[in-house]
Design a protein around this ligand. Structure first.
Ligand code: GLU
Length: 424
């Protein structure tokens, strides 16, 4: 018997609602461990903080920040920090829960956590951005730490922001605690290969899924939504393998070229002007047309809830690679499964980032740094082992890769929960 707490109740079609329905689907495959499943439906701890700063014009602004530690049964909390004007507590709860599933799916010794600030960083000066980051870090400093909860980059955060976080935490504890965050600059305990790791993981899992489906990457048509750190790196790696990137969408619009976009030109232009800045290299089309551009592989690598039922009905893709967290709503998942479209779910597809974060954290503690080849070989091995195990589980129970990933991950998490026992 459990009381339903108000802050864990989902709103309709929200990321947290999506997560809860993903957990419900795995219950029949958990055996006696199903007894513990309620653990996964409640965050362990959620902190809301006020982040006041003095703006450049002398006014005082307040932003709302969050850090949610969803589960720590298998190790310290782990997960990124998102700066976005639409961030809410409920969204951060879902993102933290997906981290719990993700770290367990690739068998890293972590739980799951996530943080965010409800702010549009594009509207802040560099000084204001630094103040927001430092004050937020100081406020959540009571629950983060190298052995308790380790933040990292996510949407709109980067290595510079991680450096400020590391410095603020270090100043407060009176030492240099490089292991408190990952995704740091290279000369501050960062790891080679971390920036490209998430996109590389999407490529590694996508290459294997394409092989199993009999899709030849040479000439395969790919549509990418979101052209930041994940989407652009994955696009480059697929293009190197011979694929054609036929459509790209970002916050500025959608560009299509059925002969394949020239990434060597598109990528640098997109960093300053967005993808519509590359008008010369393709046709700018209405955003909704992105979803029916003929393609073989679709990579949603932006925000949650983008692949709706209607868009799932329209897509011509045979393979969906979830570079983003939570891009597909449950109804769309069902439609894609019925239509025979294979989905490599976020919790394995984009796990390359947190895997190299783990390498960074291990290197920080041992003060011994690996070369980039070693990072990439180990990343490839961990992701392939995890994907193969998930695929075997999917084949055994005749279930989707998403439910199979949850089955593998939830068994690890709930087994740890059971073995630790309840305190007191
Ligand atoms: N933000 C990334 C994710 O969603 C990486 C998290 C990490 O490295 O801890 O997986």
């Amino acid at each position: 018997m459990s009381e339903q707490l108000s802050f864990v109740s989902p709103t309709a079609n929200s990321p947290w609602g999506t997560y809860l329905s993903q957990v419900d689907r795995v219950v029949p495959y958990l055996g006696p461990l199903a007894r513990w499943v309620e653990t996964l439906k409640r965050p362990k701890r959620a902190l809301i903080v006020d982040v006041p700063i003095e703006m450049d014009d002398g006014s005082i602004a307040h932003f709302e920040g969050y850090r949610v530690q969803h589960n720590m049964s298998r190790g310290p909390g782990k997960g990124g920090i998102r700066f976005h004007p639409d961030v809410t507590l409920e969204e951060v709860m879902a993102l933290s829960a997906w981290m719990t599933i993700k770290t367990a799916a690739v068998n890293l010794p972590y739980g799951g956590a996530k943080g965010g600030i409800r702010v549009d960083p594009k509207k802040l000066s560099p000084q204001e951005l630094e103040k927001v980051t430092r004050r937020y870090t100081s406020e959540i400093g009571i629950i983060i730490g190298p052995h308790t909860d380790i933040p990292a980059p996510d949407v709109n955060t980067n290595a510079q922001i991680m450096a400020w976080m590391m410095d603020t935490y270090s100043m407060n504890v009176g030492g240099t605690a490089t292991g408190v965050v990952t995704g740091k600059p290279l000369h501050l305990g960062g790891s080679l290969g971390r920036v490209k790791a998430t996109g590389r993981g999407v490529f590694v899992t996508g290459r294997e899924a394409a092989r199993r489906l009999g899709i030849n990457l040479r000439g395969a048509r790919i549509a990418v939504q979101g052209f930041g750190n994940v989407g652009s790196v994955a696009a480059e790696l697929f293009a190197e393998a011979g694929a054609k990137i036929v459509a790209v969408q970002d916050h500025t619009g959608t560009i299509v070229n059925t002969n394949g976009l020239d990434l060597a030109k598109l990528v640098p232009i997109s960093r300053t002007d967005g993808v519509v800045g590359f008008k010369a290299g393709g046709d700018i089309v209405p955003n909704e047309d992105f979803w029916n551009t003929p393609c073989d592989i679709l990579i949603p690598a932006a925000l949650e809830g983008q692949l709706t039922a209607e868009r799932a009905q329209k897509t011509t893709a045979k393979l969906v690679l979830e570079g983003a967290n939570g891009p597909t709503v449950p109804q769309a998942d069902d439609i894609l499964a019925e239509r025979g479209v294979l989905v490599v779910p976020d919790v394995i597809c984009n796990a390359g980032g947190v895997t190299v974060s783990y390498f960074e954290w291990v290197q920080d503690f041992s003060s011994f740094f690996w070369d980039e080849d070693e990072i990439n070989v180990r990343l490839d091995r961990i992701m392939m082992n995890a994907l193969n195990q998930i695929w075997d589980t999917a084949d055994k129970h005749k279930i989707t890769l998403r439910t199979a990933t949850y089955a593998v991950a939830c068994e690890r998490i709930l087994m740890a929960r059971q073995e630790r026992g309840l305190y007191p």
